[in-house]
Write a protein of this length. Structure first.
Length: 100
């Protein structure tokens, strides 16, 4: 994470012409060191339609997300959680699911 500038990466609001949206994914990062605590966010950093993949900040955020997912396999945890749900109707994001 250090090589991706996790401690100094700008918030997306500080980047000129960074697009913002009302739906989709926003990733919020919170980093704390002995000297300071920072919170910053990026809207839809993985979306090629909205984001320039050559932008250094987007590259950093994508690399951090890939590292987090590789380390913790978040999709597996989500699938395991979803599979343990009792029968019923559920929604997450803009997805509705009926488990029978």
């Amino acid at each position: 994470m250090q090589k991706e500038n996790i401690e100094t990466l700008k918030d997306c609001s500080e980047i000129e012409n960074y697009p913002q949206g009302f739906d989709g994914k926003t990733y919020v990062f919170e980093i704390g060191t002995e000297k300071e605590k920072r919170i910053y966010s990026y809207w839809e950093p993985e979306n090629e339609r909205y984001q320039n993949p050559e932008m250094p900040e987007i590259k950093n955020v994508r690399n951090m997300l890939n590292a987090i997912n590789a380390e913790f396999d978040l999709w597996k945890y989500f699938k395991d959680f979803r599979d343990r749900l009792p029968k019923g109707s559920y929604s997450y994001g803009m997805i509705n699911m009926i488990k029978t």
